[in-house]
Design a protein around this ligand. Structure first.
Ligand SMILES: Nc1ncnc2c1ncn2[C@@H]1O[C@H](COP(=O)(O)OP(=O)(O)OP(=O)(O)O)[C@@H](O)[C@H]1O
Length: 211
């Protein structure tokens, strides 16, 4: 397993009481496994990603990650002044020849060979997400944490991004956890888990085909 969450408990202060965001959540994701997290607003999905990426430490339970973590954000979060290639080099060791070759290879892998020298405003929403995926892969992560990758995209472009995530999960054998409200592409994931009031259930996953 690349990602292990065991009995994770996370609460936030809320006036003079505390709200439980993660209520003893356990989740294991294996290399090459693509897991979707769905659930209503406020159910704890962002908290789950933040804890899995060690951005927040849980109060109880354990989080273990084998290797490094790559993040893909909702709006790609690219730096406006940088070209696609430079977005990747910024997270590498800033421009050594090997990094440059690797960055170019990753951009080709996500279908952006022609766009390496474009800045974010010269790219479509889907292309920006692809840069975000390539950038996350620069650090050779073993875990990929993805927050709402399709929320700014139409159905077709959203699906293409989820297909890309499926492909990189397989090719790079990363453990991929994607938070999504978008139920349209769940046929592409291995497993869907649902958050409700801070609790995780695997309900519904058996009904979904494995691709
Ligand atoms: N910094 C915070 N302080 C206090 N409460 C918080 C904080 N962050 C989240 N919460 C609460 O914790 C619970 C889980 O929030 P979380 O953001 O993880 O949900 P979510 O499923 O990601 O929601 P959404 O789909 O709307 O992004 C909610 O009740 C929320 O109000």
């Amino acid at each position: 397993m690349s990602l292990h969450l065991d009995e994770v408990l996370l609460t936030y202060p809320d006036g003079d009481r505390r709200v439980t965001a993660l209520d003893r959540v356990s989740l294991h994701v294996a290399p090459g496994e693509f897991v979707a997290v769905t659930g209503p607003s406020g159910s704890g999905k962002s908290s789950l990603l933040a804890v899995a990426g060690k951005l927040i430490a849980p109060e109880a339970g354990s989080v273990r990650v084998t290797g490094t973590v790559g993040f893909v954000f909702q709006q790609a979060n690219l730096l406006p002044a940088l070209t696609a290639l430079d977005q990747l080099l910024l997270v590498g060791h800033i421009g050594g020849r090997q990094d440059r070759a690797r960055a170019q290879r990753l951009l080709a892998e996500v279908g952006l060979t022609e766009q390496v020298n474009r800045r974010p405003h010269q790219l479509s929403g889907g292309q920006r997400q692809r840069v975000g995926v390539a950038r996350a892969l620069m650090g050779e992560p073993s875990v990929l944490l993805v927050d709402e990758p399709t929320s700014a995209l139409d159905h077709e472009r959203g699906r293409a991004v989820v297909e890309l995530l499926r492909r990189v999960t397989d090719t790079h054998q990363v453990a991929t956890l994607v938070v999504t409200h978008d139920l349209a592409h769940l046929d592409l994931v291995d497993r869907t888990v649902t958050m409700l009031d801070g609790r995780l259930s695997a309900a519904g996953s058996a009904a979904l085909p494995r691709r």
